[in-house]
Every structure is written in structure tokens, then in C-alpha cells.
Design a protein around this ligand. Sequence first.
Ligand code: ZN
Length: 442
Amino acid sequence: MPTPNPKDAMLLVTRATLADGREQQCVLIEAGRFKAIAPDLRPPEGCEVLDAQGYLLSAPFVDAHFHMDATLSHGLPRINQSGTLLEGIALWGELKPQLTQDALVERALTYCDWAVAKGLLAIRSHVDVCDERLLAVEALLHVRDKVKPYLDLQLVAFPQDGLLRSPNALVNLKRALDMGVDVVGGIPHFERTMADGAQSVRILCELAAERGLRVDMHCDESDDPLSRHVETLAFHTQRLGLRGRVTGSHLTSMHSMDNYYVSKLLPLMREAGLHAVANPLINITLQGRHDSYPRRRGMTRVPELLAAGINVGFGHDCVMDPWYSLGSADMLEVAQMGLHVAQMTSHQGMRDCFDAVTVNNARVLGLAGYGIEVGNAADCVLLQARDPVEAIRLRANRLWVMRRGEVIARSPAAAAALSLPGRAATVDWTLPRTADADGPHA
Ligand SMILES: [Zn+2]
């Protein structure tokens, strides 16, 4: 197994398959950056060599939507009995006064350990600013600094109880931004009226424009076909020149909207340069709860958004918190659920789902120098799979994870020992590559 690599050392990864289909590639890393990528590089003298054995060397996973202040709090102070979004919000309200900074920091750091082990090296997390003490903001700013050498944590000031509905939310949100929180958040569908929701979108977009910040709102997270906040978000993005800096998260109401209206909405979103983030595990779990049968899936229209030229990412949203009692920082689990819920089973659709947890999310966060290209920071993950589709199918094992040219996590290869007459002694669930990379998967 590889040993940790000093930052100024050279390292050659051999026999790697890249996400774009190039096989048998050598990747030379020097001083924490990708220096050369070609099929036949020779290791310079004294250079450590890592054999990728034909497996997929991918840029690290990125999560565009998470709640690190709530993660790993499952069961505190009680379990969500109904499993609904609204009971989750109520439960979080019960938990907030009991939170301590030490416990918040400890849980967040534990989650970051899980993330690194799964090759997830950049996370955008919302942080609730409706608690007067801003305890969670302080805790996550501390965590952001602490994990910086190995994980990019971007924080969103999130008025969970409503910007206008909750007293002092706007004042607290500005305090959080003053303290160094990166992105302006919002939750227009949780305001008292549609008009208040629209006003909150305007106020928050203007605030972001004044401060030169990005925006990421929980937007239209309901089954209401008449929810219209993403239209308002696109309007103010366009009006204020925030193109490429604004994200609508969830957008679940789009699932239920009238098709004619959506045909008008998609070009408006495209024109404004909005990013969209779906949260497949949470959307399929929390939406449609007021339906009998047929029961709506509730996830936004991912293939249609992509076809309209809109950047779509997938977020994990929740792991073991008041809203969701499962999850393990595995963005391939997120991709797999997104693929199923959106029925993205074409070869291109499956690859799009891999992009939704890697490069598309990197665009949402505005990460500079992301990807396995010469000159970029040497951040990557070796997956025990031959291509992105197989990675999703297997929720592939992360053989090793690299940050700035240093291996920071390793997992043993996943395999089972067999005792069957006339059969191989081990099985590892991967298949040798057959046809060309763009052909049907064998
Ligand atoms: Zn969320």
C-alpha cells in the first residue's frame, strides 16, 4: 500500500483509467499538483509509483448540499415519528436549545472523517442562523478552519425558520456573514405567504449582490405545483447580474408543476445561469407524503433541466439527523438514488449522474482548479471500478484518496473468498472492460 507522500515529493500513478474513458494513463504529481498525464510516462529517479491496476482515477466527490450542524444527531432529543419534513423541522427546533459547541464540533469532525474516507473532499453545508447565540455558526467556522488542509467546507447562512417569519433572522444572517460565512441562504417556501417568500428572495439576492457573495436557497421544497419561488430567484439573479453564482436547491415543486409552465420556466433558469441541486435520498423520502396513490416521487426534473443546459448537482442533504436516519457520506449512494428516481438509465444518463456528484457540484461551489488536469491541485480518488457507471453500480470501494499529492485515506480492496468446486477462489464484482468506452456497458 502507498505511504504518505511529502508535499514536495514526486509520485507517479500508473495504469489509471480516467472518467472520460482514457485507459492506461500515467499521472505524474509533483509538489501537490498534476504535472503530466500521458500513457507512457517513466518515473523520474526517486519517484514513488502507485499502480492503479486499471481502476478509475476520479476527481474527488463534491457535495453541493448538506447540513453539517445537524448531522449525526439522530435520536436527539427524540426520533422523528412521522418521518416528515415538518416534524423534522419541529424536532430540530427542540434540539437547538440543547446544542453545545463541543458536541457540534465533534459530530462535524466525525462526519468529515467519514467524508474523507469516501473520497468526498468538498462540501457546501447550510448552517442555521435562527439561534440567537449563533452557536452552530461559530462551531462550523471552527471546523472549516480545522479541516481546511484536507477538505473544502463552504458554509451557507441558512434562516431555517424563515427570513421574515422568524424574529431577528435577517440580523442574525448578516451577523453570520460578518463572521465569515461564505454564501447567502434562504427558504422562501417556508415564509408565511407566497408574497413574503418572494420578498425574502429579493432581500437575500440584493444582500448577496452588495457583498459579492454566492446564493444558495432551499427553494420550492414542497409538492405544491403553484410554488413559484424559483421563477423569482431566476428573475433577481438576472436583474442583479448574479449569473453563475446562484443555486436553487431542492426545487421539488417542479415535479408537480404544469408542463406548459415548466416549458417557460426552464429557459428563464437557463438565461439567468442558475444552478439546480436535487437531493435524491431526501426528496424521494420526504416528498409525496400527503398523497395516497399514485404517490409522487417529488424530485425535481433532472433530465429536463440538463437538456435545457442548466447545471444540475446532487446533494446528500442529511445524514443521521432529524430528517433522515440513514446515510454514510457516500456520494455514489446519492448518485445511485438520483439515477433511479429520475429514471436516468441510458448510458449517458448514468454518466450524467456521476457528473452530478463530481464536476457539476464543483461548478455549484465555484471550486477553482478542480479535476484531473495538468496544473490543478492533485486531489483524486481511486475507485475499485472500471468506469463511472460501474462506480455507481457498485458504490465502489475507495482504494485510496489523495489530497494535494498525499494519500490521506486507504481502504482494502473489496473481495470475497469463495470455496466452490471448479470456480475462482475470489470474487470482486468488477468486470473487465469490453467494448469502447462509449458503447453499451457489458
Ligand atoms: Zn437542505
